[in-house]
Ligand binder design. Structure first.
Ligand SMILES: Nc1ncnc2c1ncn2[C@@H]1O[C@H](COP(=O)(O)OP(=O)(O)OP(=O)(O)O)[C@@H](O)[C@H]1O
Ligand SMILES: [Mg+2]
Length: 276
């Protein structure tokens, strides 16, 4: 029976989250339930304002739901975050401008010396996973030569890669990424997608990834979750494409089939938004 069902790394159940006070209440999430299997790559896609970032913040333990529960490996996200099981890549990289790239990516390890003990409580998740070597990770995403530069000296794509390395540095079990490649040109984006997939395959991290790009969602994911406003999960599309997902796959008819499937769901999401 072991291994027959992959345990959920992230479990969101009946979650509601609203902002503001009556009469101007904004419902960001309305009865959202979602399970992200351990080790899987799941993307969230949906119209602007449908609650994707809110869902990520709840999973990161930065905010709490009004109703319902969020669990990361069976515990409250805050507890999982304190044990450094969670890495977050925010939409804008937010590197500290006065520290070199290398110091930026090693900082989380320095300020989290106590996390090891808390993490050990999570058994297998904490054991045998020494933090990745930041310099090695930087080299692998092509930032070896700029490790000693300041963030202001980097291009946007370099800064986003540095933010990904920073989030991966503690080898989090769960990686939450909010439109990490949104500001990049198409080819840089494809290359970074490949690099992230390689790291994901190697580090066996669970990824919850927000994107507005259908092609990106299909290329990266095991499952694409389509959301609509106000804050609802409308569809869940399993992507049965083989891995590794090389750029060549983008021309495959099966790839276009999955793109179409997600596009149809998104159209429903948009029309539901119009009706709201
Ligand atoms: N701190 C906040 N205070 C008030 N309203 C908020 C806050 N955060 C989010 N909202 C509202 O909640 C809704 C969902 O916002 P959220 O940022 O989760 O959307 P999103 O799906 O990530 O959108 P986008 O694709 O534009 O990033 C929006 O209507 C937004 O205005
Ligand atoms: Mg957002």
């Amino acid at each position: 029976m072991d291994g027959a069902v992959r345990a959920a790394a992230i479990e969101v159940s009946g979650v509601r989250k609203a902002y503001g006070e009556p009469p101007s209440v904004t419902v960001a999430l309305d009865d959202v339930s979602l399970a992200v299997a351990a080790g899987s790559f799941v993307s969230l896609i949906g119209p602007s304002g449908c609650g994707k970032s809110t869902l990520l913040r709840l999973a990161a333990g930065l905010e709490a739901p009004d109703h319902g529960t969020v669990r990361v490996h069976g515990v409250a996200p805050r507890e999982a975050a304190a044990a450094k099981l969670i890495g977050l890549v925010p939409q804008s990289p937010a590197l500290l401008p006065w520290l070199s790239v290398l110091k930026n990516v090693t900082l989380p390890r320095k300020v989290n010396q106590g996390a090891g003990k808390r993490r050990a409580r999570f058994g297998d998740l904490g054991a045998g996973r020494p933090p990745a070597d930041p310099m090695d990770l930087l080299r692998r995403v092509g930032l070896g030569d700029v490790a000693h530069k300041l963030p202001a000296e980097l291009s946007g794509g370099m800064a986003q890669r540095a933010a990904i390395v920073r989030a991966l540095g503690l080898r989090p079990d769960v990686l939450l990424m909010d439109e990490p490649f949104s500001a990049l040109d198409e080819l840089t984006r494809e290359s970074l997608q490949g690099q992230l997939l390689d790291l994901w395959g190697e580090l066996k991290t669970t990824v919850l990834f927000v994107t507005h790009s259908i092609a990106e969602a299909v290329r990266m994911s095991d499952v694409v979750v389509v959301m609509g406003s106000p804050g609802r999960v409308l569809d869940s599309v399993p992507i049965g494409l083989p891995r590794p997902r090389d750029p060549g796959l983008l021309g495959d008819p099966r790839f276009h089939g999955y793109e179409d499937q997600v596009r149809v769901s998104l159209r429903h999401a948009w029309s539901a938004t119009d009706d709201a």
